[in-house]
Design a binder for this molecule. Structure first.
Ligand SMILES: [Zn+2]
Length: 434
């Protein structure tokens, strides 16, 4: 699929052309010009997004759709067109509507290159808690004279917008802070070297007191561990209720090729819900677990050839995916199958709906996040699936305007899955602490 329509090819080429032999001052000039083009393009995308949303809602209103259901899925269409995640698509659309309908000066500053897309986003974000009238005032004060934005970095732009918002409506800012407390949560993501980040988003006072308590603990210990190590160990001990030195059994689902398991291959293994881990680490996890008689790990072949393996051809009359098939889909898809959406899988759903004759099979099954599963049900959306002769599972998403996007399941050779592998994760402690 060509990225650019043929008609604009020539125009586009001259727009972004760079002569590497040009004079240095010309090259710098070119970098500045291209930056302005990026901002102008972002403004154009905002206008197009707001217009698409308005046209879709008008059409749906004319066909008698209740107002709360109108515009469903538009953010996901914008995300696909921008090669971005649906969550970002939602932000892009909110940003576009705010700029086009309420903040003309900020939009103009973006269009002229005085603001980057990110800085314009910061201004929209800081004004989000305001009533429309106040938002318009902020727009005028901050962006009517684009020269005033000259030399302002991200932090200064955000601070200037925040200061105006606070002056215009202090209560709105305080209310927003109270609402933000509802967003408190704990998340996990992989870190390099088979470490992991556990992040807590907390109200300010709680966050500060958690950190202070860990530091206090570190101040009272002098056992050869660094401050950071004591703080990390204390966090684990207090949250899990076990001493950090005592290995904590956790059940993980591990997928790897049999060659990797037997040591003949260095292809990485995959912990479901975490991501790839080095072959050697996976092997030692399995070895330790197998040596431990308390372990209840189950081993199962996965991705076997359709002629020989039952799992791939498993079919059910049930509306809900049976557990084995659901696990299979989850291990196959790894993350939400919508292109560019990296969200974890929450639903194992039918591509072609069950009500329309879709079968409960791995071929018609799709791992999706909550948001994408909901979007798929919006009017005009269609998802079809296929499996080619190399057993690659492909899902094709068709949006209301008829654009098509494909997503293949991540490639994987013959593999085995080890479910419920009990891995004893111990934190290396100075032994004399015990
Ligand atoms: Zn998704």
């Amino acid at each position: 699929m060509s990225v650019r329509p043929y008609i604009v090819e020539y125009m586009f080429d001259s727009l972004v052309a760079v002569d590497p032999m040009a004079d240095q001052s010309v090259l710098i000039e070119r970098i500045a010009e291209l930056e302005t083009i990026k901002s102008a393009a972002a403004a154009g995308q905002a206008r197009a997004a707001a217009a698409l949303d308005a046209a879709r809602r008008a059409g749906e209103a004319a066909s008698g759709m209740p107002s709360e259901r109108r515009g469903r899925g538009v953010a996901s269409e914008i995300a696909l067109a921008r090669r971005d995640s649906p969550a970002r698509g939602g932000r892009h659309l909110g940003f576009a509507k705010a700029l086009v309908h309420e903040m003309p000066h900020t939009l103009h500053a973006l269009e002229s290159g005085a603001l980057s897309e990110w800085r314009a986003t910061l201004i929209v974000r800081e004004s989000a808690c305001l009533e429309v009238e106040d938002r318009r005032t902020l727009d005028v004060e901050l962006c009517r004279d684009p020269a005033g934005l000259d030399g302002m970095g991200d932090a200064r732009v955000a601070a200037a917008a925040k200061a105006i918002a606070y002056r215009l409506d202090p209560h709105a800012v305080v209310d927003r802070a109270a609402k933000a407390e509802n967003e408190r949560t704990v998340t996990i993501r992989p870190a390099p070297d088979t470490m992991t980040y556990v992040t807590a988003l907390l109200p300010l006072t709680q966050g500060v007191s958690v950190y202070a308590a860990l530091r206090r603990e570190a101040d009272t210990r002098s056992d050869g561990r660094s401050r950071g190590q004591v703080m990390a160990d204390t966090l684990v001990e207090r949250v899990t209720g076990r001493a950090a030195a005592v290995p904590t059994p956790i059940a993980v689902n591990l997928v790897m090729s049999d060659d990797t398991l037997l040591g003949g291959d260095s292809a990485p293994a995959d912990i479901s819900g975490y991501g790839p881990i080095p072959a050697a680490v996976a092997r030692s996890m399995v070895a330790r677990s197998v040596a431990d008689r308390r372990s209840r790990a189950t081993l199962r072949r996965l991705y076997t050839h359709p002629r020989t393996g039952a799992l791939v051809s498993m079919e059910s009359r049930a509306r809900l995916f049976p557990r084995g098939l659901a696990t299979f889909i989850e291990l196959r898809d790894q993350r939400c199958r919508t292109p560019y959406c990296d969200a974890p899988i929450r639903h194992r759903d039918h591509a072609q709906p069950w009500a329309e004759g879709g079968t409960t099979t791995d071929e018609n099954g799709l791992g999706l996040c909550e948001r994408c599963n909901y979007t798929k049900e919006a009017p005009g959306w269609r998802v079809s699936t296929s499996v080619d002769k190399n057993h690659t599972h492909t899902a094709e998403f068709t949006t209301p305007t008829g654009r098509r996007y494909q997503s293949g399941a991540p490639p994987r050779g013959p593999a085995i899955t080890i479910s419920n592998l009990e891995v004893r994760v111990g934190i290396a402690l100075a032994r004399h602490a015990a």
